[in-house]
Each structure stands twice: as structure tokens, then as C-alpha cells.
Design a protein around this ligand. Structure first.
Ligand code: UD1
Length: 375
């Protein structure tokens, strides 16, 4: 059987790979193996997602860990080259825009192995974001570009990509959300945190541009503190952010700010139970802008731009930047009932994994059997 190697490494990769892995396995036409680079390694940043999502343990774990961009990407590339030479896959499948995505795409293309990029074509047009560089380079070298939305297709076409390489398949992460939502809603997360449905906000922050600048981070904390005087704000803290808060000596200040609740990073299901029932979400994450759109929860994106404009044009997202007064004002409007009524974008329907499996089969000249209804 022809073999697909899936490369994963960081938290947002796991929920994107799970539906593709499941669809390929159900259709039975391709062999597949999971390779984890180890970019994220804490149990709460990695292992917990395998359990929550029903993903098998990785076949190969490279244990690369953290480092500067060059160190981390370089170590991944050396290790992945050995894996690809040993495994001899017919296709390397990468998802998203993290350093593991870029490393795998570069190694595969140089070995002459076709590359598929899931979530192709997203652009923030902000080259200071490491993810933007990862997206541009990965799309440039990939053979198959699986895109989530029309704006992504348009970016690829504008960059001169041949239309035959672009496949608009929809948003694969939403497959996972829709498959897990009921299970997540049955968890006792809210009761355990003493929260009422729609009676709290959720916040996540981890972008270097937000958390690595003491000035920006202080401003964001002030804005969140303000909102927290109106309703509880639950803030699961990413390890990068935890480090920066410690540098600022802000931990103590935050924990004493009434209403702002710092908690450990959560697993997929627990976090989904929290976001699905929130009144409002503050984030600088890409994935959460998309998830809030599908959940119909208002989202304020604490960045100057988004690479996911469909969440603003169609969904419940508003990009508010990092200026505290603007954030506070936007939050007040939502709490006063003036919120956007979003819709769910086209093809964000829970069947993207199946469509991706079909594209892979077609590319590799094999045909699988669908056990579910035709897509
Ligand atoms: C990475 C991705 C980012 C993604 C994010 C999701 C890149 C360039 N960035 O950012 O696109 O949105 O993951 O979380 O790939 N750390 C731990 N434990 C871990 C992992 C990291 O403590 O399991 C700490 C380390 O101090 C590390 C820092 O977090 O240096 C940053 O980790 P890294 O993987 O370099 O980037 P993220 O900020 O997580």
C-alpha cells in the first residue's frame, strides 16, 4: 500500500491531523504513520490531546523540544531526513504553520517526496510573524495545497500557484470540534470552576508579539483586569506566556486581580467545554478565531491583523488590536448585547477530513471506500 506520513509537533496540529487520520483509516486505501517532532512536549501541550482526540500514539517521536527558530527547525530537519529516508513515504502531509510544518515540507521536497499542505493559502501579510514565513515557504514547495476558504485560494492564485494544485476542502479543525462538542458539553468543567453558562469570558495569549513585549503584555493585562471586574475571565496560560508573566513579576498581581482566573493549559475537550459556553473570548490564537465562529461566541482578536478574515467577514470575530482602551470598549459593547451575529463559513461542515483523504487517494492513484455517506 502507498504510505502517507503525517508530521505533527505543536498543540494546534493535533486537532487538524485527527480527522484526516480517521478518514484515511476508514477508507482503507492508504497506509499511514504519525511522526511527532516533539516541538511541544509537556503533557498538557501534547499527550492529553492524543487521549482526547482518540489519536493513536505517534509511530515515531523525535523529542526535539524547544530552542531558537534556527536550532529547533534545524534539529527537526536532520531528524526528519533520517525518518523519511527510512520510511520512504509516497506523500508527506503537513498541517498549519508551525516550525514542524516548515521543517517537514523542506526536507520532503528536497528528497523528491511530494508534500501536501493542509490549511494552505492563509496570509496575515505580517512578515514579523514566524507563522507567516512558515506558511509562505510551505505553500511554495508543496505539491498539494488543501485550502480552507476562498480567500486562501485567492492568495495562492495571486502568488502564481497553478490552479490544479489547489483543492478547497474546508476547515479540518472544525471536523474535530463538531465531533467532540457533545462530549465536551457533558464535562463538569464549569461546575468545577464555579462558573455559569454565558457568565464568564475566556482568554488565551501566546503570540510572541503580544507576550514577549513587556509593554504590550502589561497593557493587555490591564484591559483584561478591567473586564474581569465585570465578569470572571478564565485564562489558561501557555508555557511561553507563563515564562513572560514571571519575568514581569505579574503572576502575583494577576492572581490577586479579582475575577481574572489563571489556570493551567487545558486538554482539548475541557477547553472546548469552556469556550462553547463562554459569553466572550479574547485571543491571539488563529484556531480559536475559527472555533468561536463555529460556536457562535463573540471573539475579540488581540492582534492588528488576522490571516483568517472569513472569521471576521462571516463569523463572530472582531480584530481589535492591543490597545487597552479599544479592547475594553469592544468588550463593553458585547456585554451590553451589541454583538455580531455570525454565520458558519462554507465547507466548515465536519467532512473536510474525508475530502482530504479523497484528494490524497486521487493524487496517489488509488481509491478507497467511503463508509460514511458520500461527500
Ligand atoms: C508554537 C507555534 C505557534 C502556535 C503555538 C501553539 C511556531 C513558530 N510557533 O508557538 O504558531 O500557535 O505553538 O501553542 O512553531 N514550552 C514549554 N512546553 C512545551 C512547549 C513549549 O514549556 O510543551 C515553552 C518553551 O519555553 C518554549 C516556548 O514555550 O521555548 C515556546 O514554544 P515554541 O514551540 O517555540 O513556540 P510556541 O510559542 O508554543
Amino acid at each position: 500500500m502507498k504510505k502517507v506520513l503525517h508530521i505533527i509537533g505543536a498543540r494546534p496540529n493535533f486537532m487538524k491531523v485527527a480527522p484526516i487520520f480517521r478518514a484515511i483509516s476508514e477508507r482503507g486505501a492508504l497506509a499511514q504513520r504519525l511522526v511527532h517532532t516533539g516541538q511541544h512536549y509537556d503533557v498538557r501541550m501534547s499527550d492529553i490531546f492524543f487521549t482526547d482526540l482518540g489519536l493513536p500514539a505517534p509511530d515515531i517521536h523525535l523529542g526535539i523540544g524547544s530552542g531558537s527558530h534556527a536550532e529547533q527547525t534545524g534539529r527537526m530537519m536532520s531528524a526528519l531526513e533520517r525518518v523519511f529516508l527510512g520510511e520512504q513515504p509516497e506523500l508527506v502531509s503537513v498541517v498549519g504553520d508551525v516550525n514542524s510544518t516548515l521543517a517537514a515540507a523542506l526536507v520532503a521536497v528536497k528528497l523528491g517526496i511530494p508534500v501536501a499542505h493542509v490549511e494552505a493559502g492563509l496570509r496575515s501579510f505580517d512578515r514579523s510573524m514566524p507563522e507567516e514565513i512558515n506558511r509562505i515557504v510551505t505553500d511554495r514547495v508543496a505539491d498539494l495545497l488543501l485550502s480552507p476558504s476562498a480567500d486562501a485560494d485567492a492568495h495562492l492564485l495571486a502568488e502564481g500557484v497553478e490552479p490544479s494544485r489547489i483543492h478547497r476542502v474546508g476547515n479540518v479543525m472544525i471536523d474535530t470540534l463538531l465531533a467532540c462538542r457533545d462530549k465536551a458539553l457533558r464535562l463538569p468543567t464549569l461546575a468545577e470552576l464555579g462558573l455559569a453558562p454565558r457568565g464568564y469570558a475566556v482568554c488565551t495569549l501566546h503570540r510572541p508579539s503580544n507576550v514577549d513585549s513587556p509593554e504590550v503584555l502589561r497593557g493587555l493585562l490591564a484591559a483584561l483586569g478591567h473586564v474581569a471586574s465585570r465578569l470572571p475571565v478564565v485564562f489558561p496560560v501557555h508555557p511561553r506566556t507563563r515564562g513572560r508573566l514571571a519575568d514581569l513579576r505579574a503572576d502575583e498581581l494577576l492572581e490577586s486581580t479579582s475575577g481574572l482566573r489563571l489556570v493551567e493549559p487545558m486538554g482539548y475537550l475541557e477547553f472546548l467545554s469552556l469556550t462553547a459556553q463562554a459569553r466572550l473570548i479574547f485571543t491571539d490564537s488563529g484556531g480559536l478565531q475559527e472555533e468561536s465562529t463555529v460556536l457562535g461566541v463573540p471573539c475579540l482578536t488581540l492582534r492588528e491583523r488576522t490571516e483568517r478574515p472569513v472569521t471576521v467577514e462571516v463569523g463572530s470575530n472582531t480584530v481589535v488590536g492591543t490597545e487597552p482602551a479599544r479592547i475594553h470598549e469592544a468588550a463593553e459593547r458585547i456585554l451590553a448585547g451589541e454583538e455580531k451575529q455570525g454565520r458558519i463559513p462554507e465547507l466548515w461542515d465536519g467532512r473536510t477530513g474525508e475530502r482530504i483523504a479523497r484528494v490524497y487517494e486521487c493524487f496517489l492513484g488509488v481509491e478507497g471506500a467511503t463508509r460514511r455517506a458520500a461527500v
